[in-house]
Design a protein around this ligand. Structure first.
Ligand code: ZN
Length: 248
């Protein structure tokens, strides 16, 4: 018999859309980026953009120390038959640019009937515009954002209802709350992922079940924090890894 705490299966409530009018102040705490190590049967690393050969992508996953510690805390409440599989964490500005251009092209191909502006807006829903402007910082550039899924104890991905980075309405975190008959397993797995991460302080991006934030401006806008501890981080890259990073 597997014991899953009740709160891990509680429904995902309406998610707060961050207000762009809320402009908290960035007070960079200079917390270092930590290179995440795989923990057998619990935490798996799968740097997806590196596997997909995205230009400038890195083969390691880095997170702010506070984010890393929160993942470890979330693992303490995650039942032993599950694991987390990390796809992405800190994303160098160069990778953000590559990804944005790639998704823009993909959207153009899928929707030849749309105007440039419409294509731009759809792309923005799934990839943040590459920016290190304080109020516009792309979440992954801060080291305070993670993309992850739920795995079994051996690191096999479980059914979350869509693939990672799928660009449609089923990727919205609450989709199966409103359509439970479509996939009860995905509904349950999304709840476990969501509740374990929310419990330790993360917030989720409503359009992507896999994206969570802590300490960056997106997080601050969802929890009405006045102060943002994690601003943008610039990285110098070498051999598909971070050689040096610098706070700005
Ligand atoms: Zn993300």
């Amino acid at each position: 018999m597997i014991f899953i705490q009740d709160f891990l299966l509680s429904p995902i409530k309406d998610l707060k859309i961050p207000s762009q009018k809320w402009n908290p102040q960035i007070l960079e705490v200079q917390e270092p980026l930590i290179k995440v190590q795989q923990v057998p049967n619990r935490l798996y690393i799968r740097p997806i953009y590196y596997e997909l050969n995205i230009p400038s992508s890195i083969q390691s996953i880095y997170l702010r120390k506070g984010v890393y510690l929160r993942i470890k805390k979330a693992l303490e409440i995650l039942p032993r038959q599950y694991s987390f599989i990390l796809f992405d964490g800190f994303r160098p500005f160069q990778v953000q640019q590559s990804l944005f251009n790639l998704f823009l092209e993909k959207t153009k191909m899928q929707h030849p009937e749309l105007t440039e502006e419409e294509i731009f807006q759809i792309t923005l829903k799934y990839v943040a515009y590459p920016s290190i402007e304080p109020t516009l910082t792309s979440p992954h550039i801060t080291g305070g954002a993670i993309d992850l899924t739920l795995g079994d104890a051996n690191g096999n991905e479980l059914d979350l209802g869509t693939k990672f980075d799928e660009m449609n309405e089923k990727s919205a975190t609450r989709y199966f709350e409103d359509h439970p008959e479509e996939n009860v397993t995905a509904l349950q797995n999304r709840r476990i992922l969501y509740n374990s991460l929310i419990h330790v302080g993360f917030t989720n991006y409503a359009d992507e079940w896999w994206h969570y934030d802590f300490g960056n401006i997106s997080w601050a806008r969802r929890v009405n924090e006045q102060v943002v501890p994690y601003g943008p981080v610039l990285a110098e890259l070498e051999n598909n890894d971070v050689k040096e990073f610098q706070f700005i």
